[in-house]
Design a protein around this ligand. Sequence first.
Ligand SMILES: Nc1ncnc2c1ncn2[C@@H]1O[C@H](COP(=O)(O)OP(=O)(O)O)[C@@H](O)[C@H]1O
Ligand SMILES: C[C@@](O)(CCOP(=O)(O)O)CC(=O)O
Ligand SMILES: [Mg+2]
Length: 302
Amino acid sequence: MITCSAPGKVYLFGEHAVVYGQSAICCAIDLRTRVQAEEHDSIVIESVLGTTGLDQEVHPYVSRVIEKMKAFGNIRGVRIHIDSELPVGSGLGSSAAVTVASIQALNQLYSCGLQLEEVASMGHIIEREVQGNASPTDTYVSTMGGVVMIPERRRLNGLECSIIVGNTGKFSSTRELVANVAKLRQEFPDIIDPILNNIGRMSHLAEEHVNRYDYETMGKLMNVNQGLLDAIGVGGAELSELVYAARDAGAISAKITGAGGGGCMVALASKQDAGKIASAIRNKGAEAILTSNTQEGVRLEP
Ligand SMILES: Nc1ncnc2c1ncn2[C@@H]1O[C@H](COP(=O)(O)OP(=O)(O)O)[C@@H](O)[C@H]1O
Ligand SMILES: C[C@@](O)(CCOP(=O)(O)O)CC(=O)O
Ligand SMILES: [Mg+2]
């Protein structure tokens, strides 16, 4: 039996805009999805979502992984068991983490010889198929870890501050939110495209501040990014409530992470202030998770 794990992520900048080729800065976090794989007499996928065979409804990501990996290994029957610290459908990249960890588990179990770049690239293809349209961000960061600028694939210095995630508990479908932005963009290209361009420019402006650990400047720009996410319609009352609660409690910055609508927001704070911000989020009745940046992408577990 083989176990592989892959991390989730938060966006410091650029979700949605990155789908249209703009730059984003994305940060792997220390919450992981673990996938066990062993040879079996049939195909079985077990997760919190249920136990199935190949099933495009319940397990669209993992089913596609198995189908695609058949080209690289002699996969007849396999049992896949998934455990995750990432809330499902909430902007922390659970879809990418489960996809990347599953690819790597089969890659190891069947000695397929795929390199990390190939794992990330297959992950991206699968996210695109399931989501309708997808950037390579989540799957690349989940594969490589660290803080990465996409599409440049530039690794930036890691974050050393605390990362606080606030979960509205409201499911957010990435597929749906990406489609909503596409529709708004089609309706008002002259308004929406400059917003997406500005989000991309913000990532470029922020790059040197990330590399210099200048959280104040990064934070100011992240708060501007939050306003622009609201402008493209991916905000929500629950998210805004947590964003303002975190800022009022002393967060350096607070914004949506990922697709939005529901799901999670992310706040940056000094290690000293992190507890205070988590409490402010919990006082609003939401779950707060304290985490940090990880340099470790997908890995084989002992
Ligand atoms: N632990 C898990 N087990 C099986 N499938 C998962 C798991 N976590 C996520 N997924 C898959 O990812 C989908 C959610 O992906 P998505 O809408 O992109 O949200 P996000 O990636 O922000 O969590 C789920 O509907 C499911 O198909
Ligand atoms: C909205 C988007 O930029 C990020 C989605 O992230 P998540 O699935 O909500 O964790 C889509 C993408 O980049 O593929
Ligand atoms: Mg996703």
